[in-house]
Ligand binder design. Structure first.
Ligand code: NOJ
Length: 552
């Protein structure tokens, strides 16, 4: 086994990495990524040496049988593998190979809705008195035949969140596409079915779940059953409100189920930007989600104050004992490099993304990386005739760029989404041996984090007295300290020597910088270029952490 965070702590102190299976590696030449492809690339993620990225766990986006109306987030069978991705045996092989490398595996649970081709929905829509009818959310049309209220789908292109089922003359609710009918979580049968699904994967050995739309699964009770239209709360342009007490009760019941097993976890997609509501999903007694995704960096403008505030607010509001987490990119949002590129200037975007990476990997909290982030992949251009996603998210899902060969080494066939033209220069192979590459920076930061208690689990303290454009903080565990300064401004910034001595880091310091060629021992004051960040830490190699020793 490779060194890694201690059991019980792996999801707090490890680095997690999202794999979008369709886009990671195609092993059978059909243009779509698959499970065997992921297995073949595990050594890139962690082979136990600093030549690999060094992550501790992967989150797999859905690979279940699906008609792919939402590329797998429309599930037709929760306990199998879509033939496009392989078989359950391929899944077991992936899980086994990952565990051999001390890589944990969490799978995506999609409880808000099923596919309209799921057998449950086929039964439900067969007749109004079918026993499965109540597993979904139905409502009578208004007097003029219109939908029961003005709720809209999360995808603007879909429009209304209601579709009329002509055979039974009632509308069903779909928070996303029409092919994704929402489940009715007031029905005890639905709850029991999902408990079985959770156990199916836990018994198979998965280390936990990423829970899709964790904040909206339980709808307001008034929607239950065949209720008169006027009782349904109609809110223009809003999906059903979150925060039903029963939603929290549901998450508590899943936590209790996970706690029956060793060392498992759940991270919820809580797509809320009100931090007070976000932290409520950890549970007041830390008894709901282990982690609730904090998506605030995805919307933060490029300023020291905006980023500082995200962290300060989360640190202040988190319930006692709860653990933060952060992310810069995922399959639903423009990639960090493109988001940070002023006027499309990808070079600046990459400089900034390097600084954001240094921040992400040194903050107190679990970092979630998105495939390709480690090489600075940008959003890929998608010609109009190749657009496939109703939610407009194709650009951030283009094939992983492994090397300069055809389709970036992703597939020998024409891929389901075009490989980015940048793949010939921005790829794993090209960056592996270049000490100044984005990949080398990620590897340095991750392996440094793995060996330092201050970075893995230490306290977080803002550095006061920083220039306005600079976000600075200190991480500390026992006598070990590390300092981070990030220059968000457009002018160079000088960190005086006294600031470094005052932080009590010791005398022998080394710098990991996001600027090329700046690494090495720290002497005197440090000058930061615009969009440059540094990690200053003791130059002595730390003793391996106890848990690393135990596993190594
Ligand atoms: C959130 C997922 O991340 C997104 O990709 C999906 O479209 C919706 N939930 C619906 O499942």
């Amino acid at each position: 086994m490779t060194p890694g965070p201690a059991p019980g702590d792996w999801w707090r102190h490890g680095v997690l990495y999202q794999v979008y299976p369709r886009s990671f590696q195609d092993s059978n030449g059909d243009g779509v990524g698959d499970l065997a492809g992921i297995t073949s690339r595990l050594d890139h993620l962690n082979d136990g040496t600093p030549d690999s990225l060094g992550i501790d766990g992967i989150w797999l986006s859905p690979f279940y049988p699906s008609p792919m109306a939402d590329f797998g987030y429309d599930v037709a069978d929760y306990c199998d593998v879509d033939p496009r991705f392989g078989t359950l045996a391929d899944f077991d092989e992936l899980l086994g190979q990952a565990h051999e490398r001390a890589i944990r595996v969490i799978v995506d649970l999609v409880p808000n809705h099923t596919s309209d081709e799921h057998p449950w929905f086929l039964e439900a829509r067969a007749s109004r008195d079918n026993p499965r009818r109540d597993w979904y959310v139905w409502a009578d049309p208004a007097a003029d035949g219109a939908p029961p209220n003005d709720w809209r789908s999360a995808f603007p292109a879909v429009g209304r969140a209601w579709t009329l089922d002509r055979r039974t003359d009632q509308y069903y609710l779909h928070s996303f596409t029409r092919e994704q009918p929402d489940l009715n979580w007031w029905n005890p049968g639905v709850r029991r079915a999902f408990e079985q699904i959770l156990r199916f994967w836990l018994d198979r050995g998965v280390d936990g779940f990423r829970i899709d739309v964790a904040h909206r699964t339980v709808k307001p009770r008034e929607l239950h059953g065949h209720i008169p239209v006027e009782n349904i709360p109609g809110v223009l342009d809003l999906m059903p409100p979150a925060d039903e007490p029963e939603l929290h009760a549901l998450l508590r019941s899943w936590r209790a189920l996970l706690d029956e097993y060793d060392d498992r976890m759940a991270v919820g997609e809580v797509f809320l930007f009100d931090p007070a509501r976000l932290v409520s999903f950890y549970g007041s007694a830390n008894d709901e989600l282990h982690l609730a995704f904090n998506f605030s960096f995805l919307r933060a403008p490029w300023s020291a104050e905006a980023f500082r505030r995200v962290v300060a607010t989360f640190e202040r509001l988190l319930p006692k004992g709860a653990w933060p987490d952060y992310t810069l990119s995922n399959h639903d949002n423009s990639r960090a490099v493109s988001r940070y590129a002023p006027d499309g200037d990808l070079e600046r975007g990459r400089k900034r993304a390097r600084m954001a990476a240094l921040m992400l990997l040194t903050l107190r909290g679990t970092p979630f990386l998105y495939y390709g982030e480690e090489i600075g992949m940008a959003d890929g251009p998608i010609p109009p005739e190749r657009v496939v996603d109703v939610g407009g998210r194709d650009s951030e899902r283009t094939p992983m760029q492994w090397d300069a060969s055809r389709n970036g080494g992703f597939s020998t066939a024409d891929p389901w989404l075009p490989a980015s033209p940048e793949a010939s220069s921005v790829n794993v192979e090209a960056q592996r041996a270049d000490p100044d590459s984005m990949l080398s920076l990620y590897r340095r930061l991750i392996w440094s984090r793995r060996s330092r208690a201050a970075l893995q689990s230490g306290t977080y303290r803002e550095l006061p007295g920083m220039p306005a454009d600079c976000f600075g903080y200190v991480r500390e565990a026992g006598t070990e300290r590390a300092l981070v300064c990030l220059n968000f401004g457009s002018k160079p910034i000088r960190i005086p020597e006294e600031e470094l001595t005052g932080a009590g880091l010791g005398d022998q310091l080394r710098v990991i910088s996001t600027g090329a060629g700046r690494e090495g021992p720290a002497r005197g004051a440090i000058e930061l270029e615009p969009d440059e960040g540094v990690l200053v830490e003791p130059s002595t190699r730390p003793e391996p952490l106890a848990e690393e020793r135990a596993r190594g």
